[in-house]
Design a protein around this ligand. Structure first.
Ligand code: ASP
Length: 344
């Protein structure tokens, strides 16, 4: 007889687990035991499901690096016992958390599927059940005894994305996420169709690598026409700052003011890493293509290629947590660790 498939369900919170506060009308997490009452279908899946709530359930705006660490450690502790893992999480910072787990749990051979919903599970038109049931199916999908999608993913509405390629794009409709620079890994219709050539598989012969140290001393500096030296100077001189995601124009361009170049150069010479990320959702940074990005190369700015801001912030936190050797960190930034970017 075939062994029953098994999934570990990790509840962190999010809209999926919320209801309206009768006094304020605001959505807030409900009691975990009440949540299970809304999901009698879980018993009918034919999959052995164990759930672990991370109490108190939280809105994902309250997620911190400690939440990522706890998720990674819980998955590692239960790694051998389950076919896959489903993480129920709010959509607001789901892209960050999925990115974090893709860096904390390297060389995965089992699926970790993040999902949630735009409407609470108790509401008539909620997208929660469909998202959750399909995520469970994907988390247990196997071929020749091996997981079909051994990656950290986000499943939402009808699409499975590589988690560290996603951005929350919609606060209104059920298709909350997109992956602008990487194709979907699967589409769920009558059947679930997997796009195998886009899926990453683990290096054979080596196991899971857990890395949970994080250095949160990173910042984002978003450029706009008219940005002042005061603003740039203040951000680049934040005490303890280790790295900055510089959100630039187009293919990675920036103003050519002398003061701007000097501020960046002084920062990189102090050992602060500055990574160039385009403000465009689609496309890649190509420093040197326009004159307006040559200064950035000369100031020691590093390309973030086609990585999302979410994945870059978390990657910086993780690689800085892992090593204090700047050359080693720079090397990690120049390569794709978990499929988060396409290096040109
Ligand atoms: N504010 C909620 C959260 O991220 C939104 C959601 O779950 O969709 O937790």
């Amino acid at each position: 007889m075939e062994k029953e498939s098994s999934v570990l369900l990790l509840f962190t919170g999010g809209t999926i687990s919320m209801s309206e506060d009768p006094t304020t009308g605001a959505l807030r997490p409900i009691d975990f035991n009440r949540l299970k009452e809304y999901m009698p279908e879980l018993k009918q899946t034919g999959v052995h499901i164990k759930s672990i709530p991370f109490l108190p359930l939280i809105d994902s705006s309250d997620v911190q690096p400690d939440t990522w660490k706890k998720l990674a450690l819980t998955i590692q502790d239960n790694y051998d016992e389950y076919d896959g893992f489903v993480v129920l999480h709010g959509t607001d910072t789901m892209a960050h958390s999925a990115s974090a787990l893709s860096f904390m749990l390297e060389n995965l051979s089992k699926p970790i599927i993040f999902t949630g919903s735009q409407l609470p599970i108790g509401m008539m038109r909620s997208d929660a059940k469909e998202n959750l049931l399909t995520s469970i199916e994907i988390a247990t999908a196997k071929e020749n005894g091996l997981a079909v999608v051994p990656e950290v993913c986000i499943f939402f509405e009808d699409t499975l994305f590589r988690g560290n390629r996603t951005t929350k794009k919609n606060a209104e409709h059920f298709n909350a996420f997109n992956s602008y620079n990487y194709p979907p890994l699967a589409k769920a219709g009558v059947h679930i169709k997997y796009y195998r050539s886009y899926i990453r598989y683990p290096e054979p012969g080596t196991g899971l690598r857990l890395k949970t140290e994080v250095n949160p001393n990173v910042a984002v500096l978003k450029l706009f026409p008219g940005i002042t030296q005061n603003t740039v100077h203040s951000i680049l001189n934040i005490p303890e700052l280790k790295a900055v995601v510089l959100e630039t124009f187009g293919t990675g361009n920036a103003p050519r003011h002398e003061w701007f170049y000097e501020e960046l150069k002084t920062a990189t010479e102090k050992g602060i890493l500055i990574v160039n990320k385009s403000q465009c959702s689609t496309g890649t940074v190509e420093m040197g293509r326009y004159e307006t990005s040559l200064n950035l190369v000369n100031a020691g700015v590093i390309s973030g290629y086609d990585c999302t801001t979410e994945a870059l912030i978390v990657k910086l936190m993780c690689v800085l947590g892992e090593s204090q050797n700047i050359e080693e960190v720079k090397h990690k930034l120049s390569i794709s660790i978990s499929g988060e970017m396409t290096v040109m």
